[in-house]
Design a protein around this ligand. Structure first.
Ligand code: GYE
Length: 305
């Protein structure tokens, strides 16, 4: 196809661009906040945005990217639902000479490389998010040591890394036990169902660590359905930091939340323009995340998305 296999596609300098944004699903406030941020920034800067929603299907997301390639977009922002199944989409864009910026989730680093197959990954450090949550628990456990983990979408980078960071820190601390760890697919109702089943199987569990707010909010219902009091009998820990979860911290139902910032628009388009201007782009651009617990949740509520 005439391109150097080692070389990243270039982005020609223009006033405005036709860019794709391949979203993975829209079933939660985090995704909606991210989509709104991307659309608002594109509109503000006068770029044309080709938006697709894969509705939770990696296969649809691959075909969404292929259709963006066929429409001749200048660059593709991709939020890859899972680490491996989206590799063909990244490679197809590269082959077509279209640069890809990964947003919020990454792909398997042994199969595609930043600066070579795609331009960069913009998002949170998920290992660090898991570690911060474990460190909070180690300090504040107050005798609660039996943990149920609700994992995110199987094969997604945030699920893999939030588990890794948490498990490593918890194991190193000693005295804790992860009694069960199962996927709730980052979804509220699935999280509730899985939490209900795991609470029945492990009646001695007293901590639930959920990889996102939706599953944590589902877990609140599961704990209450089991006749237990969230925040008292069972500590619930979450990641994302949307308004509903921060309000639950204020109400004492969720103990702590690591924020995962969904406002990607400004940084995403700024990175695109820097690339068009010939700047070297770092392989990972890390977002800063806040932390909410009883000490600051009320004061921070207004800032949560
Ligand atoms: O935590 C979750 C969403 O990829 C970081 O995906 C994102 C995660 C976020 O569905 O709520």
């Amino acid at each position: 196809f005439g391109l150097n296999a080692q070389e990243l596609p270039k982005l020609e300098k223009k006033e405005t661009y036709k860019v794709g944004f391949a979203q993975t699903e829209s079933n939660n406030p985090w995704r909606i906040a991210q989509t709104n941020s991307m659309k608002a920034e594109a509109e503000k800067l006068g770029h044309q945005l080709v938006y697709t929603d894969a509705a939770g299907s990696a296969a649809k997301q691959v075909s969404d990217v292929n259709s963006m390639i066929a429409q001749g977009v200048d660059l593709i922002f991709l939020a890859p639902r899972e680490e491996k199944p989206l590799i063909p989409a990244v490679m197809a864009a590269k082959k077509a000479g279209i640069p890809v910026i990964l947003l919020d989730r990454s792909v398997d680093p042994s199969l595609a490389k930043a600066g070579e197959d795609y331009l960069t990954f913009i998002g949170s450090d998920f290992v660090e998010e898991g570690r911060r949550m474990a460190e909070w628990l180690i300090k504040n456990a107050d005798g609660k040591t039996k943990i149920i983990q609700l994992e995110g979408t199987t094969g997604s980078s945030p699920a893999n890394d939030r588990k890794k960071g948490f498990d490593e820190a918890i194991q190193a601390a000693g005295g804790f036990e992860i009694v069960a760890s199962q996927s709730g697919d980052f979804a509220r109702d699935k999280g509730r169902q899985v939490a209900e089943a795991l609470l029945q199987a492990h009646p001695d569990a007293n901590v639930i660590y959920a990889h996102n707010d939706e599953m944590a909010i589902g877990a609140i219902s599961a704990v209450e359905a089991a006749g237990k009091v969230p925040g008292k009998d069972i500590l619930i820990l979450s990641i994302d930091g949307g308004k509903e979860a921060v309000q639950a911290v204020v109400d004492g139902k969720i103990a702590a939340v690591v924020e995962c910032n969904p406002r990607f628009g400004p940084k995403a388009f700024e990175t695109m323009m820097r690339y068009a201007n010939g700047e070297t782009i770092a392989p990972i651009l890390v977002n800063e995340d806040k932390f909410y617990d009883a000490s600051n949740a009320a004061a921070e509520l207004a800032n949560a998305y």
